[in-house]
Design a protein around this ligand. Structure first.
Ligand code: AMP
Ligand code: MG
Length: 536
């Protein structure tokens, strides 16, 4: 079998208006009114090499080992070879960046090859990121560096196994070409290895697709795009007479976005650039850039150095930002949704349902299998305060807490830190944290223990469920940085280990155990580990 024998279709291109695009000699911004996309061809690269391949993502396309050769995969997933039935394009969209309308953005370096219909009849859009210039490149080069490509590739797959709605990543290809980036925007541009990530999703349609039509008052195109997206992906919101229920569909987008953000909070993920052009209409985590994971529990933290002053996209702000973004989507869809009042009503529901979901999720993290007990909200709020008193590792804390349940500790032990420190202490960054922080934790533990203990399931069962809500493995920034450092020297050992570990993120096993550790001290200030620039 050749990869070109996959069952390709091109529904986006065939259903919506677009235009042909010849790349300009020099990159320059181009406005593309009245089209949903521009037809483009990926720009060939010098020496494409397949670095890593996700078998699980390949399965989504109906592909199995042996259906492809490394050489062919490298040619196709670098854009060097286009199969006859592909109609590649770059999509047009706009967006609010950091709260301000930024106008037309679009796929500046992402090129969709086609959609693949798998044997189950599911359709997956196949997109190359870093494949060259498009009309939306806006003065940039259309390329991506290896470090950011690796981060997107690994994290997409990790999020899937963590149970967080996400776009997927099929493979990572190096281009054999270098890309120049000024990583810290401080006037020191450097050549870095280039790469291309192949990503998969039901579609890569963003809030910004609709916003762009609305901004240009292209009502016909707005409607056409909505109908296309609903027909392809949300047929349940069309009644038997064929009428579209726009408001129900919008509510669904609101719900799935809320669900996604609750998952982010559960696993300690900070997206870093929640601009409306980075919000998927499917409620999937999309566009992995300067994202990060909470090592130390700090709800005010954001990994994105560009956002260091304002911290608009900090961990704890994500629910509110999602709501703001949904309001922008609602405004763009306004003419179809029946006006502002209807949008407001849906968003009010969001606030309520978001809180419910959040409390339910926190209940699961704390091991209350049947929901939060009375006083549970206070317990959550107090834990938030206690965890901020000294540096505690978010991931280790919850796993060590579940481990503590299996120890012979009783309520009266929590007044004596030495009786719980042996287990929970491993989550603390300081060897001997300040007394008040330990006392506060002891008080919290005592209250928590009393409420936990009255549940009528066995300890082991409760701990088992708790461990399903609290990851044992997450691809922390420093772990990804180690993969990058190695890969830049041509080694894939750590990357391969991480790709194995991420497949069982809730399990302690030989693959995951080596990664169950606090962020090491060297990573505290190192770029890529604690701070990430948008330069990618
Ligand atoms: P991001 O912050 O990665 O979501 O990107 C914002 C916008 O800039 C999107 O329209 C991207 O396609 C575009 N963009 C980012 N990097 C590049 C690049 N190297 N070349 C062309 N366009 C880019
Ligand atoms: Mg983006």
């Amino acid at each position: 079998m050749s990869l070109c024998d996959l069952n390709f279709k091109n529904s986006f291109v065939e259903s919506l208006p677009g235009k042909e695009f010849l790349p300009p000699e020099e990159p320059r911004p181009q406005m593309t009114p009245n089209v949903a996309y521009s037809r483009v061809s990926p720009q060939p690269v010098k020496n494409p090499q397949l670095v890593s391949w996700s078998d699980a993502a390949a399965e989504l396309l109906g592909l199995q080992l042996g259906d492809w050769t490394e050489r062919e995969a490298a040619q196709i997933f670098s854009g060097n070879r286009i199969c006859p039935s592909m109609k590649p394009y770059a999509a047009r969209y706009g967006g609010h960046q950091f709260g301000h309308w930024a106008g037309q953005l679009g796929d500046g370096r992402a090129i969709t090859l086609a959609e693949v219909v798998n044997p189950k009849g599911e359709s997956w859009e196949v997109q190359l990121k870093g494949a060259g210039l498009t009309p939306y490149s806006r003065g940039a080069d259309g390329r991506a560096v290896l470090r950011s490509s690796l981060r997107e590739y690994v994290c997409s797959e990790a999020m899937f196994y963590l149970g967080v709605p996400t776009t997927r990543a099929l493979c990572l290809v190096t281009t054999g070409e270098s890309v120049v980036r000024d990583m810290f925007y401080d006037g020191h541009p450097q050549a870095e290895p280039g790469a291309i990530t192949t990503r998969l999703a039901p579609s890569f349609v963003r809030f910004g697709h609709f916003q762009m039509c609305a901004f240009l008052s292209e009502l016909e195109l707005l409607k056409q795009t909505v109908h296309y997206v609903m027909d392809q992906h949300f047929p349940q919101f069309r009644n038997p007479e064929g009428k579209y229920d726009y408001l129900k569909w919008y509510s669904h987008v609101v719900e799935s976005t809320a669900q996604m953000v609750v998952h982010w909070l559960r696993v300690g993920f900070v997206h870093g650039v929640m601009n409306t052009d980075n919000m998927s209409i499917h409620g999937l985590t999309i566009d992995y850039g300067p994202f990060g994971w909470l090592d130390v529990y700090d709800p005010e933290w954001t990994p994105n150095t560009t956002d260091a002053g304002q911290r608009r996209y900090r961990f704890a702000a994500q629910p509110a930002v999602a709501m703001w973004n949904l309001a922008q989507l609602g405004e763009a869809l306004g003419p179809l949704l029946g006006g502002e009042a209807a949008v407001h009503e849906v968003l009010n529901d969001y606030q309520h349902s978001f809180r419910q979901k959040l409390l339910e999720m926190m209940g699961q993290k704390l091991g209350f299998a049947k929901g939060l007990p009375p006083g549970g909200i206070e317990l959550i709020e107090e834990l938030d305060r206690v965890l901020r008193l000294t540096e505690v590792d978010t991931t280790l804390f919850y796993r060590k807490l579940s481990e503590l349940h299996l120890q012979p500790v009783k309520e009266e032990d929590f007044g004596h830190p030495e009786r719980w420190w042996g287990v929970l202490g491993e989550a603390y960054y300081a060897k001997s944290p300040p007394e008040p922080a330990l006392e506060a934790m002891g008080r919290w533990l005592k209250k928590y223990w009393l409420q936990w203990g009255v549940q009528d399931e066995s300890k082991e069962d409760l701990v088992g469920k708790m461990n399903q809500a609290n990851p044992y493995f997450i691809p922390r920034n420093y772990i990804l940085q180690q993969c990058i450092d190695e890969l830049e020297k041509g080694e894939t050992r750590q990357l391969n280990q991480v790709m194995r570990a991420l497949q069982s993120p809730y399990e302690e096993n030989d693959m995951t155990r080596p990664f169950f550790a606090k962020r090491p001290e060297w990573a505290r200030q190192r770029a890529g580990c604690s701070d990430l620039s948008c330069s990618s």
